[in-house]
Ligand binder design. Structure first.
Ligand SMILES: *[C@@H]1O[C@H](CO)[C@@H](O)[C@H](O)[C@H]1NC(C)=O
Length: 202
């Protein structure tokens, strides 16, 4: 049985590895505190609303804040990348969700929602991905330059954070693995009974 457990763990690790998204590889060295907050970002959920992962959708909008940005300030914006971020309350005591001023080390905004060419104001309908765990979240958008580096950002107000109820903590691939393994153990049990009966009959 111990061997089965080892196999199971290895399988889980292998499946888990697929879900790890390297935090914005292109962002090495860019500091959030050095970026201009020129984007106005809004998300449709009411403050405190609970959304169900894999089911509910969010409408996201972004635009240039004309007060914060000088005319033509967005000439270098080539793309917009929108991310879902763990709200501070959901980062507490969890190093793997911590926000960081160095964006290459930031783990709070680890869920990429969409990236598209910058065209001033934009809008996107996002269905909360099935692998988004239960926590509270806010939304941050980055303006990227031609090299893909962040040059400006904007985010929803901290008091507007909303909650996501995850898919019962079990992702689809783990469900499949568990199904395969339990079918396997039922088969093993059947073989065991057949052998045991044979022994008795002898
Ligand atoms: C636009 O920028 C100004 C100056 O930074 C700021 O005071 C204002 O709150 C921003 N507007 C929005 C809607 O975020």
């Amino acid at each position: 049985m111990a061997r089965f457990r080892v196999v199971f763990c290895v399988l889980l690790l292998a499946l888990g590895a697929r879900h790890v998204t390297p935090a914005a590889a292109a962002a090495a060295g860019v500091r959030l505190s050095a970026l201009a907050k020129t984007l106005v970002v809004e998300a449709s959920p009411r403050a405190g609303q609970v959304l169900h992962a894999g089911e509910d959708t969010i409408t996201l909008t972004w635009s240039l804040n004309a007060t914060a940005a000088a005319a033509g300030a967005d000439a270098g914006y080539k793309a917009v990348k929108v991310t879902l971020c763990y709200a501070p309350a959901s980062q507490e005591g969890r190093g793997w969700r911590k926000s960081h001023d160095d964006l290459s080390k930031d783990k709070a905004c680890q869920f990429k929602i969409v990236q598209q060419p910058y065209a001033g104001a934009g809008k996107f309908e996002y269905r909360v991905a099935r692998d988004v765990p239960t926590a509270s979240y806010y939304v941050r958008a980055y303006a990227l330059d031609a090299s893909g580096a962040q040059v400006a950002y904007g985010e929803t107000a901290p008091e507007d954070c909303f909650a996501v109820a995850g898919v019962t903590g079990v992702t689809a691939s783990i469900e499949v693995a568990a199904g395969v393994l339990s079918a396997f153990s039922v088969a093993a049990l059947a073989v065991f009974f057949v052998l045991e009966n044979r022994k008795k009959n002898k």
